[in-house]
Ligand binder design. Structure first.
Ligand SMILES: [Zn+2]
Length: 213
């Protein structure tokens, strides 16, 4: 089943340019394992090079190389690298190279009733962790000075009217409070990446770009 919720176009463009911080890069490459349409879109951005970095959203409708983009989208979808989804692990290959074990052998840290976390180190100012939560568990509402992205690896998470399933990406800044809840009857495992202050600077920079257009 294809993913229903994707990283925003700007994030995909930054991924294609190699401009994402390592945690977000890991999250996006995990999503690409599950999502042929984003693999195709990312390939287009790679071909278009620096032109895509200016405004990935506008690129879809008004950039001079729209025909090139459309032609690329008709190309066969790049295949998933071999071994990317092999075995019983819920982790895509990109993630397994950081985790080095499957979900059953991880030494999960208790966080809240029905909720466990496993932090991944080596991501600088980004906070990157795996979360394992039972159906019915609710994430605590929290505030954060940056962006947060979640990649669902198993189970289902509901946030407002949206239901996120395996392969889906929930991407939001923290302008509004939200309390995602695990639903269905399967354990939910997800990868969560929160940006740090470095990322926040980048976020402000993009806002300035919009204002000065
Ligand atoms: Zn996608």
């Amino acid at each position: 089943m294809s993913a229903q919720y994707h990283p925003d176009p700007e994030t995909l463009a930054e991924y294609a340019m190699g401009a994402l911080a390592p945690g977000m890069e890991l999250l996006v490459s995990g999503h690409l394992t599950f999502c042929p349409s984003c693999r195709s879109r990312t390939t287009s951005y790679e071909v278009l090079g620096g032109a895509a970095l200016g405004d990935a959203t506008q690129l879809d409708v008004s950039a001079p190389s729209l025909e090139t983009t459309l032609a690329m989208l008709d190309e066969p979808v790049p295949p998933v690298p071999s071994g990317a989804t092999a075995g019983h692990s819920v982790f895509p290959a990109a993630l397994r190279s950081f985790v080095h074990q499957d979900e059953e052998s991880i030494n999960w840290t208790f966080r809240l009733p029905g909720m466990y976390e496993h932090e991944l180190s080596g991501f600088g100012t980004e906070a990157v962790s795996l979360l394992k939560a039972k159906p019915g568990a609710k994430m605590l509402s929290h505030t954060h000075d940056g962006e947060e992205a979640t990649l669902i690896l198993s189970g289902q998470m509901q946030d407002g009217s949206r239901v996120y399933r395996k392969g889906d990406v929930a991407q939001a800044d923290h302008d509004q409070d939200h309390t995602p809840e695990i639903i269905g009857d399967e354990m939910c495992i997800c990868l969560i990446v929160m940006s740090g202050k470095m990322r926040f600077t980048g976020y402000l920079g993009r806002a300035l770009n919009v204002l000065m257009r």
